[in-house]
Design a protein around this ligand. Structure first.
Ligand SMILES: *Cc1c(COP(=O)(O)O)cnc(C)c1O
Length: 448
């Protein structure tokens, strides 16, 4: 059985949406621009499945880009939300749930002594960088090409032509001034970071990196890379910020920190910790966090920060993320990546599977992918064909070749067997594409 490529109800909604919402979506990647076709408007989710406006059911391999680790509409999370909603949706005062969520996070990630709750991963990284600048009295930020930290002005910077170079704005609307305080370096190249510190060490406030890069497809840090960054920061008096918005509470109960144990000065969290509601956080060393208002001089605030619904969902989800949940997510993730790779191999389609803990993605290329330059030399037309064949067979993949695939604790044998049935057809569709070998790098529009 396959679904037709037309999706009339989604098409009608998309037509209405494009009149009143730019591009018809509230986050660019949802528009399907990288794969073409009509974005599916989802009307409900349960466990590992999403149902669209045309009544078609899909095995969801996006999981809201990470948050839905327990599956959609998990009964305990829904109950916690119903209970919280009945007590009112926002107070504008402190409330007990905020303390519980903060305690859950502090208990899981040892170097995090204090956290501040915010509403999105973007706010978390933006605030962490402001805090690092306020704490150190320095202005420059080191980031890595291909790492995504939300749509923070200073972090929407691309590498210039040199290797150690000040950033150029990645998008109109970001000034040269805010980008030029950003030093953009290739991921996984510690020697160049050392060079940057040698040259600008007294001006660098912080280094921010994804704990494991997963927004250019999955590109794990080479052994010693994160520890090397931390050591360099320490040597030069800068702060090391580990962005765990995606990896946090997903790859282990303590996130990537649980796998590598590199004690960053500040961490950022989001996605899983919100249970599908807008909740995120940044936190770390108590002496650094003490610089935040009202304890200290660095301003940071939010009308809905620590919202009672968001913290109820987040606390409940985290408490249900047991060892069994992580074991299941690890196994389901390994199963899907193995099945996909076997199907592609059977059809002779060149590809590389990259993994970082239970995160993985597949690159349609035949070289090792270790940074942005190698990640962006792939055959995305093959992915496009692969994606649409999976969609027609009831499997919802990320609508871009540059994203991780996500599974959760609800991806059971039934859901995985549906994926297994679809994969050989999708691999055939990919094999049938005789495209020019490799693509140009994706534009900023392909992101988020
Ligand atoms: C998703 C993501 C962000 C941004 O989070 P939003 O909630 O979308 O603002 C930041 N950093 C990383 C590593 C992410 O994956």
């Amino acid at each position: 059985m396959t679904y037709p490529s037309e999706a009339p109800a989604s098409q009608a909604l998309f037509a209405r949406a494009t009149k009143v919402i730019p591009g018809g979506v509230n986050s660019p990647v949802r528009a399907f621009q990288a794969v073409g076709g009509t974005p599916r408007f989802m009307v409900s989710g349960t466990g590992p499945y999403l149902t669209d406006a045309d009544g078609r059911e899909y095995v969801d391999l996006v999981c809201s880009w990470g948050p839905m680790i327990l599956g959609h509409a998990h009964p305990a999370v829904v109950r916690a939300l119903q209970d919280a909603a009945a007590r009112g949706t926002s107070y504008g005062t402190p409330s007990p749930g905020e303390v519980e969520l903060a305690e859950e996070i502090v208990a899981r990630v040892a170097p995090v002594e204090q956290v501040r709750l915010v509403n999105s991963g973007t706010e978390a990284t933006m605030s962490a960088i402001r805090l690092a600048r306020g704490f150190t009295g320095r202005s420059k930020v080191v980031k890595f090409a291909g790492c995504y930290h939300g749509h923070v002005d200073a972090l929407l910077a691309s590498a210039g032509s040199g290797l150690v170079t000040f950033g150029l704005p990645d998008t109109p609307g970001v000034t040269g001034a805010s980008a030029s305080d950003t030093i953009v370096l290739p991921y996984n190249d510690l020697a160049l970071v050392e060079e940057a510190f040698a040259e600008h060490g007294d001006a660098i406030a912080c280094v921010i990196t994804e704990a494991a890069a997963a927004n250019m497809g999955v590109v794990p840090p080479l052994r010693g890379f994160n520890a090397g960054l931390k050591a360099l920061c320490e040597r030069y008096g800068a702060l090391f910020i580990s962005d765990e918005v995606m990896t946090g509470f997903r790859v282990t109960r303590s996130g990537w920190y649980g796998l590598e144990g590199v004690p960053a000065d500040l961490f950022t969290f989001g996605k899983v910790m919100g249970g599908g509601l807008p909740a995120a956080a940044f936190g770390g060393r108590a002496d650094v966090m003490a610089h935040l208002a009202p304890a200290g001089p660095v301003y940071q605030a939010g009308t809905l920060s620590g919202n009672p619904l968001a913290v109820a969902a987040g606390v409940t989800q985290l408490r249900h993320c047991t060892d069994e949940v992580y074991a299941h997510v690890d196994a389901a993730s390994a199963a899907v990546s193995r099945m996909a790779s076997e199907a592609l191999t059977a059809e002779g389609v060149e590809h590389r599977v990259n993994t970082a803990g239970n995160l993985f993605s597949i690159f349609f290329c035949d070289h090792a992918v270790v940074d942005y330059a190698t990640a962006t030399r792939q055959n995305t037309l093959r992915y496009k064909a692969f994606f649409h064949e999976m969609l027609a067979r009831g499997v919802y993949l990320p609508p871009s070749a540059y994203e991780a695939w996500f599974v959760g604790a609800s991806h059971d044998d039934v859901a995985l067997s549906r994926v297994a049935e679809a994969l050989p057809h999708a691999a055939k569709a990919a094999a049938a594409v005789h495209a020019p070998e490799l693509d140009a790098p994706p534009s900023a529009e392909d992101r988020a």
